[in-house]
Design a protein around this ligand. Structure first.
Ligand SMILES: NC(=O)c1ccc[n+]([C@@H]2O[C@H](COP(=O)([O-])OP(=O)(O)OC[C@H]3O[C@@H](n4cnc5c(N)ncnc54)[C@H](OP(=O)(O)O)[C@@H]3O)[C@@H](O)[C@H]2O)c1
Length: 254
């Protein structure tokens, strides 16, 4: 059965691989046999991820990339296909968040969140998608959020973009079948640099512990199984789906 989730001989382009959830995803995919192309803006941190993988005998490379730079995305996708012959799996994980009330939010700040959390994913899914369609194989995994189900004060840009990403995932599924699947993961709260403010907020911690059946924050490793399901052949008949991995947060009121 392990073969079902195997990533052997798969080439994966993973954005946001430098830290947080992306770093754990990179290690997970490499441990399952993939060659992981670790994309992001901070090369030094990406090198750290690649080193951690190669030290364990896995295969990985650094891909310097700002996903909001469309020309750079085009160029990197072409370079990867030239060097590695293919991209089997795209994991759109990179993302940012800002915290500000709507009435105090400059349009540019909102636009930046949408550009990084939705438009970058669209551009990558389009550029990589053309290649996957031609090859008649592909898996796209978009990392959305429980903020694609709920709203929350002060994170409007993030909420709008993550809702949009679920819609984009459905459309990718509609247009990319039958050989290319597109799914999303909607994680609950997992301690990373993205949510330091919430980790330090006592009220938020109490609320989270009450609202999750698991009574705890998520851990990066909680996403390993769901990621492998959607990135491997195990998920071949799943597409357009958003897999919620939140310890029960969005199904329990209190
Ligand atoms: N942590 C959670 O609780 C949680 C919950 C739900 C969903 N998520 C989602 O999971 C994903 C990863 O989040 P995280 O918690 O691991 O956050 P994180 O620790 O802040 O990591 C974000 C990653 O995205 C990269 N990134 C940001 N902007 C980029 C850009 N323009 N181009 C390329 N890479 C960029 C960062 O690398 P550089 O800065 O070096 O470019 C970094 O590797 C995000 O999409 C986030 O919305 C997280």
């Amino acid at each position: 059965m392990a073969d079902l989730f195997s990533m052997k001989n798969r080439v994966v382009l993973l954005t946001g691989a430098s830290r947080g959830l992306g770093r754990d995803m990179a290690l997970t995919l490499a441990a399952a046999g993939a060659t992981v192309l670790c994309a992001g803006r901070t090369v030094k941190e990406l090198e750290g991820t690649v080193r951690a993988i190669t030290r364990k005998g896995g295969k990985a490379h650094v891909v310097p990339l700002d996903i909001t730079d469309e020309a750079a995305v085009r160029e990197q996708v072409a370079t990867i296909i030239h060097q590695h012959r293919r991209i089997d799996v795209l994991v759109n994980n990179a993302g940012i968040i800002y915290r500000e009330a709507i009435v105090n939010t400059p349009t540019e700040l909102f636009r930046k969140a949408v550009e990084t959390d939705l438009i970058g994913q669209f551009v990558l899914a389009r550029e990589v998608g053309r290649h996957m369609l031609a090859r008649k194989y592909g898996r796209i995994v978009n990392i959305s959020s429980v903020m694609a189900i709920l709203g929350r004060a002060s994170v409007a840009g993030y909420v709008a973009a993550k809702h949009g990403l679920v819609g984009l995932t459905k459309n990718l599924a509609a247009e990319y079948g039958p050989h290319v699947t597109a799914n999303a993961i909607a994680p609950g709260y997992i301690r990373t640099k993205l949510n330091v403010a919430l980790q330090e907020n006592k009220e938020f911690n109490t609320m989270l512990e009450q609202r999750t059946a698991a009574h705890r924050w998520g851990k990066p490793e909680d996403l390993r199984g769901p990621l492998l399901l959607l990135a491997s052949d195990a998920g071949a008949y799943m597409t357009g789906h958003t897999l919620v991995v939140d310890g029960g947060l969005t199904t329990i009121l209190a």
